[in-house]
Design a protein around this ligand. Structure first.
Ligand code: HEC
Length: 118
């Protein structure tokens, strides 16, 4: 199902959900849904999980991620930098990460947990 179709589906099933969470969920489901059909399997990591797993070890998540405004292509380009080559993410995870990040970054300062503001 396409991202657009997922947006409609989510709007029908969860009308109270806001625009940004709906777009975020639709982007995630359009990538993972074919595989997520396995009821015993866990859901693949989403963009938030991927950022927390892969972007904290070398520099601040705050300046390197949470405060960055980029479009999808801009987020995909992160993985092209020489100093990011060793980040182990699959092509699908890059897509998930870029979709999620383009929709949800930058965060508003007041929404960033104090322990991540550095
Ligand atoms: C292996 C260490 C390492 C990891 C892991 C890492 N970075 Fe970086 N990153 C660097 C280095 C080195 C620089 C360049 C020097 C600097 O700006 O601190 C950098 C710079 C950046 C920059 C500014 C330059 C650019 O490419 O636009 C952004 C944005 C960034 N990182 C985002 C991320 C994100 C998002 C992740 C997780 C997907 C991540 N980084 C994970 C090492 C890392």
């Amino acid at each position: 199902m396409s991202e657009h179709a997922w947006r409609d589906e989510i709007a029908t099933r969860a009308p109270a959900l806001g625009e940004k969470p709906r777009a975020t969920l639709a982007a995630y489901l359009s990538v993972i849904a074919p595989r997520a059909a396995d009821p015993s399997g866990e859901l693949p990591p989403d963009g938030r999980d991927l950022a927390l797993t892969n972007c904290l070890s070398c520099h601040s998540l705050f300046t390197g991620y949470l405060m960055q405004r980029r479009d999808r292509a801009g987020w995909l380009s992160v993985f092209a930098s020489p100093f990011h080559k060793e980040i182990e993410v699959t092509p699908e995870e890059r897509e998930l990460f870029a979709d999620y990040s383009a929709l949800n970054m930058p965060m508003r300062l007041q929404d960033v947990p104090p322990e991540l503001r550095f």
